[in-house]
Write a protein that binds this ligand. Structure first.
Ligand SMILES: [Zn+2]
Length: 223
């Protein structure tokens, strides 16, 4: 799918949700940590795993509407958009943390790189084993601080390499494998079930959503 077709798909499906979306039927954490509280206070309480079946209420991205086999190439396209942004942006802007609980653009880039890597690992695992369980992916604060010291070129190249790996893994999956299951045990945050296609949806959505975060343009697109 071309970039233009993808954009029109996203725009055409943008839902008219308010920014604060809650679902009283979903279990809430017993003891949300400070970061989760900050996210909740900023209206980011939407259960992100729902991206495997629904559009994101904040950015309108809807990867689950696409054929699963197209998600790898879409990840590569989105990594190229990150590369363009990282190449153009001012270094001080890239390392600036706007407010507590909001990441710098470089931290978002490193997080997207990690999500592409971790979720591709999980797709490989789910293709090899029946219903494996994987833990919450939650790097400690020190790691987030290290992210902000990353070299920009190195990080952009790594992000692109991880997207290409997702593309390669997806290209080699049997079509029926996309519906295989991986269980994500997130401890106090709940237990979620992903298909392999759902894992890929999450990875490509993170790449899109957090680029808007990094550019400071998420609010504008969600109105
Ligand atoms: Zn989004």
């Amino acid at each position: 799918m071309t970039r233009g077709a993808q954009d029109s798909l996203v725009l055409g499906r943008r839902p008219a949700y308010p920014r604060r979306v809650t679902n009283p039927g979903v279990q809430t954490p017993r003891e949300p940590d400070a970061f989760e509280i900050l996210r909740r206070d900023r209206g980011e309480g939407w259960q992100w795993h729902r991206i495997q079946a629904e559009p994101c209420p904040q950015c309108g991205d809807n990867p689950s509407a696409l054929p699963a086999v197209s998600l790898g190439p879409l990840a590569v396209e989105r990594a190229a958009a990150w590369r363009a942004f990282l190449d153009e942006a001012d270094d001080a802007y890239l390392r600036h943390i706007p407010e507590p609980g909001v990441f710098s653009p470089l931290q978002y880039a490193a997080h997207v790189r990690d999500i592409l890597r971790v979720y591709t690992d999980r797709i490989v695992l789910g293709a090899e084993r029946d219903v494996p369980t994987v833990p919450i992916f939650q790097p400690p604060q020190e790691v987030w601080e290290e992210y902000n010291q990353s070299g920009v070129d190195e990080l952009a190249a790594d992000l692109e390499a991880q997207a290409r790996r997702l593309e390669d893994v997806g290209a080699n999956l049997e079509p029926s494998a996309w519906s295989r299951i991986v269980v994500n045990d997130r401890g106090v945050y709940g237990v979620y079930t992903f298909t392999l296609a759902g894992l890929a949806c999450n990875a490509v959505h993170e790449a899109h959503h957090h680029l808007l975060d990094a550019k400071g343009s998420l609010d504008a697109t969600s109105q």
